[in-house]
Design a protein around this ligand. Structure first.
Ligand SMILES: [Fe+2]
Ligand SMILES: [Fe+2]
Length: 251
């Protein structure tokens, strides 16, 4: 039986999530020029929308998995994970307000992501989430280094740390689930994952091109960094799969 340590993750989210609502933003007004502030606020409003979903489908999928041996704790971990994403939504809403921007209720790529997540089972839903999180890792990393506003830097730094944990959470889940497949099927999964991620990175780079420009990042640079982040993720995932196979063969 291969599973993941859902209890540890539940505890992690319960301890970490309240820190996001407690995070204080620097009190001073935003000093960025309008030409920088506006594209930043518009771009962040799109990410804010992506963090605000209710997670209904994800919870339903996770509840279905709970019947399998060793997965009874997963729905609770997913529940806390969704709560953490929603805390990102609240944090980003405060940041968009700080930048003088307005929140969005609809956006094409966000709607597309939600539809795709509902298409197939839990593994596909997690894959689509993970794809967005890998892109977010690069995006928040760039904001943290380049935005030049203390509030943006503080929020981007905190969300970046959380998303790095989320990547580990999804990796632990996928490693446990992919172990049920043959090595050839695992390779095929990794291949399609990299392909879907590459297409997503192209779409995000184009969608956020104005924000990237004011950060001094070209869209091709964003795509390249996203590809590097994805390759690193897949390398670690394959390493974990190989280690688990070896452990299984020994025990
Ligand atoms: Fe998030
Ligand atoms: Fe996340």
């Amino acid at each position: 039986m291969t599973t993941m340590n859902a209890i540890r993750w539940t505890r992690h989210f319960e301890e970490n999530t309240p820190l996001n609502d407690a995070l204080t933003l620097p009190g001073s007004a935003c000093l960025l020029p309008e030409s920088v502030r506006r594209p930043l606020a518009e771009s962040l409003a799109v990410f804010q929308l992506g963090e605000t979903g209710g997670g209904t489908r994800l919870r339903r999928h996770a509840a279905g998995l709970a019947a399998e041996a060793g997965w009874s704790g997963y729905p609770q971990a997913i529940d806390r994970f969704i709560a953490e994403e929603q805390s990102h939504g609240r944090l980003l809403a405060r940041l968009v307000a700080h930048l003088g921007g307005s929140l969005r209720r609809k956006q094409w790529s966000n709607g597309l992501f939600r539809q795709l997540r509902g298409l197939a089972g839990l593994e596909f839903a997690i894959q689509m989430l993970l794809t967005a999180e890998l892109v977010a890792e690069v995006y928040y990393g760039m904001l943290y280094l380049r935005a030049g506003d203390p509030a943006v830097r503080r929020v981007a730094g905190k969300i970046l740390r959380d998303e790095v944990s989320h990547l580990a959470f999804q990796r632990e889940f996928l490693a446990a689930r992919l172990l049920r497949l043959t090595p050839a099927a695992q390779r095929l999964w990794c291949w399609q994952f990299v392909a879907v991620h590459a297409v997503t990175a192209v779409a995000v780079a184009w969608d956020h091109r104005h924000c990237l420009r004011v950060l001094g990042v070209t869209t091709s640079d964003f795509r390249r960094r996203s590809g590097t982040a994805c390759a690193a993720f897949v390398r670690r995932l394959r390493g974990e799969l190989a280690a688990a196979e070896t452990q299984g063969a020994v025990s």
